[in-house]
Design a protein around this ligand. Structure first.
Ligand code: NAP
Length: 317
């Protein structure tokens, strides 16, 4: 890294992180991205991406990630293919980020874009058939279920909102909920219950997801929690919305979060710690799109650049 320049470390390499790095590196700030376990994050596991602007014929998650990585690298971004083990953010500058591999990276500004993971049911067939009928994103995959029968697991706002979205494509959407009372808002409940394509299966969990000979989901095994009765149900797709876990544990006690662990930021993407910014799903539990994360990354980077340049930066002027 060039000496004397203020350094930026971006934690996370999804669309938010790669966009933030593009902006800070292009602003001539030495920038390091600590990628996390998977370069690109969740979008890297999405087969087809049809709603990222600029690709009239669509693209794939891996292609989109590679294009973003190459663009950030073109302006000098360095990539560390490792995960953060510890961060020292509260003892003044420079911030210190230690990776699991034992490297320490110092920074004058940190942009946290470490994302959130959809919760998994942890049942047989779930992990095996992701992308072959199991999905955690209706906006990403709903289009591939035109005229098909799908189930949605969950009873919160996400489950109902995504079930309503899926009615645009699917022939039938069954919502499987483990209780007989929904957690979702009354407005969403009213809309879902009134929809002719949506049906509810109460007090029920999914025990197993099964695929046919060609590896595509074709059946689930459900269990009624009150009667204990198990039932095989033919389905083409299983959409799971049982909540998300933001990856903020590594910053516990330093970054302020809400009760669920989402990092709290102000309108300019500033966290409670001066010089530390956050973007993407680590703070956003509403939109969760690659394009909104990328926009967030840009905004956080612009604030970081301003801050490093301003009289507020310790030692400035
Ligand atoms: P959530 O509110 O935590 O709901 C998760 C749902 O999944 C609950 O119904 C829960 O059942 C069920 N569940 C959890 N673990 C399960 C398991 N192992 N097996 C079966 N079911 C399980 O999560 P969310 O719907 O993602 O919403 C998260 C936050 O984002 C909420 O604050 C929500 O209001 C907000 N959000 C808002 C909007 C909107 O404004 N339109 C859209 C999406 C999300 P129980 O009910 O029995 O616990």
């Amino acid at each position: 890294m060039s000496e004397g320049k203020k350094r930026v470390v971006v934690i996370g390499s999804g669309p938010a992180g790669l966009t933030a790095a593009l902006y800070t590196a292009r602003a001539q700030l030495p920038t390091t991205v600590i990628t996390g376990p998977l370069l690109g994050g969740q979008i890297a596991t999405t087969h087809e991406v049809e709603n990222y602007p600029g690709f009239p014929d669509g693209t794939t998650g891996p292609e989109l990630v590679e294009a973003m990585r190459a663009q950030a690298e073109r302006f000098g971004t360095e990539f560390v293919y490792d995960s953060v083990a510890r961060a020292q953010l509260t003892e003044g500058l420079p911030f210190r980020i230690e990776t699991q591999g034992g490297e320490t990276h110092e920074a004058d500004a940190v942009i946290v874009t470490i994302g959130a993971n959809p919760r998994a049911l942890g049942i047989p067939g779930e992990a095996e058939y992701v992308g072959h009928g199991v999905s955690y994103c209706a906006t990403c995959d709903g289009f591939f279920f035109r005229g098909k029968d799908v189930v949605v697991v969950g009873g919160g706002d996400s489950a109902l909102q995504e079930a309503l979205f899926l009615t645009r494509f699917a022939n039938r959407v069954d919502i499987i909920h483990r209780r007989d009372e929904l957690r979702a808002s009354v407005a969403l409940q009213t809309r879902a219950m009134a929809h002719e394509k949506i049906h509810f299966i109460w007090d029920t969990v999914v025990d197993e997801i099964r695929a046919n000979g060609s590896g595509a989901v074709h059946e689930i095994l459900t269990r009624n929690l009150k009667s204990g009765e198990q039932q095989e149900r033919p389905v083409d797709g299983v959409f799971i919305f049982i909540g998300y876990d933001p990856n903020s544990d590594v910053f516990e006690g330093q970054l302020a979060t809400d009760e669920a662990g989402y990092v709290l930021i102000d309108q300019r993407y500033r966290s409670n710690i001066e010089g530390v910014f956050a973007a993407g799903e680590i703070h956003d539990q509403i939109f969760r799109q690659a394009i909104t994360a990328a926009g967030d990354g840009c905004a956080a980077a612009l604030t970081a650049i301003d801050w490093l340049d301003s009289d507020d930066f310790p030692g400035a002027g």
